[in-house]
Design a protein around this ligand. Structure first.
Ligand SMILES: Nc1ncnc2c1ncn2[C@@H]1O[C@H](COP(=O)(O)OP(=O)(O)O)[C@@H](O)[C@H]1O
Ligand SMILES: O=P(O)(O)OC[C@H]1O[C@](O)(COP(=O)(O)O)[C@@H](O)[C@@H]1O
Length: 302
């Protein structure tokens, strides 16, 4: 079972407006949607959609925390959160004709005992793999993630901001930086795909067995013990890119969980990500065709 840990979840509010935003002009939304979100929660949503056993844990609180739990229960996604003692965040994405604006709230400080409860909760579920994903509450740092990673015999995967990635000291099965995070974590240039390959290789030397680097429209690459592979992104009509990285990671991990190769995992990752960028917000798209579609994705060996 893959357990996801979201220490700073969010309700994602996605708003669509006609035309572009102007200061001092009231815009009427043509679409508005609320999704339970935060990176680990999204990974659980997509894993569930792919038929992989998962449980979502982490911290929730207040009316937005209750909304997340209710929605996950409605979608039959197993979840078991710890009360955080504050209110869960609201993150807003505004889609205008030309632009995508994102405002993420920072979240609230949490107490030390609360983190102890999270570590105990992770152990209780006895997962094979733990995914720690998303930003942290403001008073927490990389040591909290190392603590979760080293509290049991599970393989740990991280999808966290570049500065946090740089501060991790434990051993990790995988990390999923996007291009900016790859640059921040390594201090290396990441303008060209070749530079991203170099940076991903250097992260492997820092204790990440697999580095899945997502490069937005340029697709993704996997640096692994077997080699380095790259896949282009799929050519689809993009509605918005909220949840794209989480979808890529879920696709990759669902394939590893089935004991398949890194190359199959990368192909599946870009296929699931393409489905998710084609629907608004972090809605879980219909995924029955993704396994067969993914076999067509061309791979480049670096
Ligand atoms: N414009 C796009 N068209 C098709 N696929 C995309 C597009 N943008 C992102 N993706 C897919 O989503 C994945 C994750 O996107 P990225 O923006 O790198 O992640 P994050 O959301 O973590 O910043 C990419 O590796 C790619 O497969
Ligand atoms: O914890 P952070 O870094 O603020 O990110 C949280 C946001 O990221 C998301 O998980 C989307 O992530 P990606 O677009 O990177 O896949 C949203 O659901 C959520 O609002």
């Amino acid at each position: 079972m893959i357990l996801t840990v979201t220490l700073n979840p969010a309700v994602d509010h996605t708003i669509t407006v006609e035309g572009d935003l102007d200061a001092d002009v009231v815009k009427r939304a043509s679409m508005s949607q609320y999704d339970p979100g935060g990176k680990g929660i999204n990974v659980s949503k997509y894993l569930h959609g792919l038929g992989v056993e998962t449980v979502a844990t982490g911290l929730t609180g207040g009316f937005l925390g209750s909304y997340i739990e209710e929605q996950l229960a409605r979608q039959k996604i197993p979840n078991d959160f710890v009360e955080m003692g504050g209110c869960t965040r609201l993150n807003t994405t505004i889609l205008s004709d030309e632009e995508e604006y994102k405002i993420n709230q920072s979240g609230h400080n949490v107490k030390k005992e609360t983190i102890r409860e999270v570590v105990a909760k992770v152990s209780e579920h006895d997962p094979e793999m733990v995914v720690v994903a998303g930003s942290l509450p403001p008073n927490l740092g990389p040591a909290t993630i190392d603590r979760i990673a080293s509290a049991g015999s599970w393989r740990t995967v991280v999808d966290v901001q570049g500065d946090l990635l740089k501060g991790l000291r434990s051993e990790y099965f995988a990390c999923k930086p996007n291009r900016r995070e790859l640059g921040t974590a390594t201090g290396m240039p990441v303008h060209s795909v070749e530079e991203c390959v170099e940076a991903a290789q250097s992260l492997r030397e820092e204790g990440f067995e697999h580095v899945v680097a997502s490069l937005g429209e340029d697709g993704a690459l996997l640096a692994s013990p077997e080699g380095v592979y790259r896949a282009d992104s799929r050519n689809v009509e993009v509605v918005d890119t909220v949840g794209a990285g989480d979808a890529l990671l879920a696709g990759v991990l669902s394939t590893f969980a089935r004991g398949q190769s890194g190359t199959a995992a990368l192909r599946m990752g870009v296929t699931v990500a393409a489905e998710v960028v084609s629907v608004p917000g972090t809605t879980v798209p219909e995924m029955s065709g993704v396994r067969s579609e993914s076999t067509d994705v061309p791979l480049f060996t670096r």
